[in-house]
Design a protein around this ligand. Structure first.
Ligand code: ZN
Length: 319
């Protein structure tokens, strides 16, 4: 029956918005940990879109995007269902770390199991109790540590509907990147779900431009899927300035350790031979400038003032 919509053993009627607390874990003090899941149904059945942030507990910008979508009421569809999970890894968030308390990366634990680690059980619970309802998903992430990602949507690049959705989202870059084993995206794609992975900003940081892009992308996708008419909020930037599709990419790493300064910014095009930055000692005697080996676009830039040899400094993408 299309009107019978049950999630985590709770019924959600047409036109209803409910917050369901997924209660599957406790702190070491035995305090219960709730993961709020906000389910909003339109007045008629239709597709289901999941907006999820904070699989990595320190990726605050993704959490903020889903939070603002809820605060503005954009998560209430006319048709179909929108499920919001602003913060999946509450443990990591409390500790301001990427990982689970057992040191595991939740995003390498999917689809999970009933007998594995706590992160694995947690992943399994999400996959079996919530995900069966979901058709489409936007998974919000940021760069790690000081590495700032220019707004980009990552997709496997093999599915036409997902590519179309990525174009609709409207981020400046679409990056073809095969999902790694045991990631949430990989498990979702294996089940036939359409997943856009948004990357923008860096961990433990809020960036207004990135937040705006993440929200606008969700609005564009919600409208495109017919969940809600957002004609008045659609910006036609993607027709004037279509996203660049990045098919391959590589990291440029520090050849030396020392103080680091970059001469270029994330998002910009860089010609071959352009000076990208320099690494020096702190004493004014030694400084090495390094150049761009191949024309491309800067997808990620390291904001750290001090780097160690081998650290990733720039992620450069090629069309
Ligand atoms: Zn992440």
């Amino acid at each position: 029956m299309p009107n019978d919509f049950k999630i985590l053993n709770q019924k959600v009627g047409l036109g209803e918005t409910v917050t369901i607390n997924m209660d599957i874990a406790r702190l070491t003090t035995r305090s219960k940990i709730d993961i709020p899941i906000i389910v909003s149904r339109g007045n008629a059945p239709g597709p289901c879109l999941l907006l999820i942030g904070g699989i990595h507990g320190d990726e605050t910008n993704g959490i903020e995007i889903v939070r603002q979508i809820i605060a503005a009421g954009y998560h209430k569809p006319e048709i179909g269902t929108i499920i919001c999970i602003p913060l999946l890894n509450v443990f990591g968030f409390l500790n301001q770390t990427r990982e689970f308390p057992d040191g595991r990366d939740l995003n390498r634990m999917f689809p999970g199991s009933t007998t594995g680690s706590s992160a694995s059980k947690f992943a399994y619970h999400l996959m079996t109790k919530v995900i069966p309802k979901v058709d489409y998903c936007i998974d919000y992430h940021t760069g790690g540590a000081q590495r700032f990602n220019f707004s980009q949507v990552r997709i496997n690049g093999t599915d036409n509907e997902t590519l179309e959705l990525a174009k609709v989202f409207g981020a400046p870059y679409i990056v073809f990147s095969k999902s790694q084993e045991k990631t949430f995206r990989n498990s979702m794609v294996a089940l036939g779900k359409k997943v856009l992975l948004f990357e923008g900003g860096k961990s433990l940081n809020l960036d207004k431009v990135v937040t705006k892009m993440g929200i606008q992308g969700a609005i564009n996708v919600i409208h495109h899927l017919g969940l809600r008419n957002f004609s008045h909020k659609i910006l036609n930037t993607s027709t004037e300035n279509p996203p660049k599709v990045i098919k391959t990419s590589k990291w440029i790493r520090a050849k030396h350790s020392g103080m680091y300064r970059s001469y270029v910014s994330a998002g910009q095009k860089v010609e071959k031979g352009v000076k990208l930055g320099s690494i020096s000692d702190p004493y004014g005697e030694y400084e090495k400038v390094f150049k761009n080996p191949q024309e491309g676009y800067i997808l990620n830039s390291n904001h750290s003032p001090v780097v160690i040899q081998g650290d990733a400094l720039f992620h450069i993408g090629f069309e």
